[in-house]
Design a protein around this ligand. Structure first.
Ligand code: CO8
Length: 262
């Protein structure tokens, strides 16, 4: 952990919550291959740690991340990008089962915006600066931006942002539903909010939380009928968990549940 050079794994001071901070201050947290090796390693460690029930990912006051590292990409050829499947491993975030909250202050541009959108819940400062400026560099979003932004705010608004490269504030992102909440203040304020929510999530049954995340994510891929059927199957399966028995028994006995996470 201490050997990371591009990220920090900090003590969140909240039970069950891991706090990961992107930390390349000189490059406004530009996302490089080296950074993703470390981030993916930290995420994997969190997933494997039974103590961790939720993760907060943040940057600094100035930047969540100002995009993929342009200096690293500038001379890349098509053949290299294609044959090495450039940035495929950068989407590891979208496949982990532990809930992740992005706490965004400052710039979240290009790949930074895409990384934030891979997280399960987005919080931001009102002045956070989202955007997909790839068009200004002669390219397009490459880590799901065109898909996730469109799902989140609709085709017309997403098209406008992606075709113009315009800036998009945290305040506007909250109004459009990209961001769950936009707060006054800076990184500290948005991280505090994210840690509070993460601690709440981490206090519930890991089995139920994992199932809840899974069924919400399925809604992105399935039609409503298949999605509702999928949800019902997972709901049925939770009657096989200890924690459903523990949760409902505690309710009827007016006690606080003590989750077994099984
Ligand atoms: N890549 C590399 N270096 C960067 C990046 C970046 N994306 N952004 C900023 N930096 C560096 C600058 O080069 C500068 O370094 P130096 O001091 O050595 O010149 C340092 O960070 C500070 O930046 P500025 O001096 O430019 O700071 P300002 O406050 O003047 O401006 C901006 C801040 C507006 C954010 C500006 O830095 C900027 O426009 N950055 C580029 C934003 C951008 O175009 N991002 C999209 C990149 S393309 C992309 O992300 C493709 C996605 C592919 C998939 C990703 C998967 C997750």
């Amino acid at each position: 952990q201490s050997s990371y050079e591009n990220i920090l794994v900090e003590d969140s001071q909240k039970p069950g919550v891991a706090l990961i901070r992107l930390n390349r201050p000189k490059a406004l947290n530009a996302l490089s291959s080296a950074l993703f090796v470390e981030l993916n390693d930290a995420l994997k460690n969190c997933e494997e740690d039974p103590e961790v029930g939720a993760i907060v990912l943040t940057g600094s006051d100035k930047a969540f991340a100002a995009g993929a590292d342009i200096k690293e990409m500038a001379s890349l050829s098509f053949a290299d990008a294609y044959t090495n499947n450039f940035i495929a491993s950068w989407s590891y975030m979208s496949s982990i089962r532990t809930p992740v909250i992005a706490a965004v202050s400052g710039h979240a541009l290009g790949g930074g915006c895409e990384l934030a959108m891979m997280c399960d819940i987005l919080y931001a400062t009102k002045t956070a600066n989202f955007g997909q400026p790839e068009i200004k560099l002669g390219t397009i979003p490459g880590a799901g931006g065109s898909q996730r932004l469109t799902k989140a705010i609709g085709k017309s608004k997403a098209m406008e942002l992606i075709l113009t490269g315009n800036n998009y504030s945290g305040e506007q992102a909250e109004r459009d539903g990209l961001v769950a909440k936009a707060v006054e203040g800076g990184n500290k304020e948005v991280v505090d909010l994210a840690l509070t929510t993460a601690a709440k999530i981490a206090s519930y049954s890991r089995v139920a939380v994992t199932a809840a995340k899974e069924v919400v994510n399925k809604s992105q891929d399935l039609g409503i009928r298949e999605g509702v059927e999928y949800e019902r199957r997972i709901f049925h399966s939770l009657f096989g968990s200890q924690d459903q028995k523990i949760g409902m028994k505690a309710f009827t006995e007016k006690q606080k549940p003590k989750w077994s996470h099984s």
